[in-house]
Design a protein around this ligand. Structure first.
Ligand code: AMP
Ligand code: ZN
Length: 115
């Protein structure tokens, strides 16, 4: 989709270091990380929210989330992680292209996550 930053990254028009990738999703470091290693799993096709994804993409989505976390675990030390997906503006979605945040956590890091 024109003027969509994540579509441009998916198309290679904007360079980004991929952490993990499969047929339908890839992951990159978040440019404004909330904790060390904060990463985004992004769909290769433009979907606005999770409601637009066909359920058949579920296994590839989980594969990309897990593959990304495994890679991060080799590079960084963390005690846990949050997997978060914001849908629509009211829920904090800024980039209107489906993505999932992976936020590594360290015990008592003080980061407040709504859930
Ligand atoms: P959300 O509020 O769920 O839409 O989050 C969008 C996220 O995308 C934010 O955490 C931004 O820091 C991140 N972001 C925006 N543009 C880029 C980019 N070009 N590369 C990496 N992360 C980005
Ligand atoms: Zn897009």
């Amino acid at each position: 989709m024109k003027d969509c930053i994540f579509c441009k990254i998916a198309a290679g028009e904007i360079p980004a270091t991929k952490i993990y990738e499969n047929g339908s999703f890839f992951s990159i470091p978040d440019k404004n990380p909330k904790t060390k290693g904060h990463s985004l799993v992004i769909s290769k096709k433009h979907f606005e929210t999770v409601l637009d994804l066909n359920s058949t993409l579920g296994s590839e989505l989980i594969d990309c989330i897990k593959g990304t976390i495994m890679k991060l675990m080799k590079a960084e030390n963390f005690d846990g992680f949050n997997v978060i997906n914001n849908n629509f503006e009211a829920a904090g979605q800024i980039v209107k292209h489906f993505h999932v945040h992976i936020i590594p956590r360290i015990k008592d890091d003080g980061l407040e996550i709504i859930a």
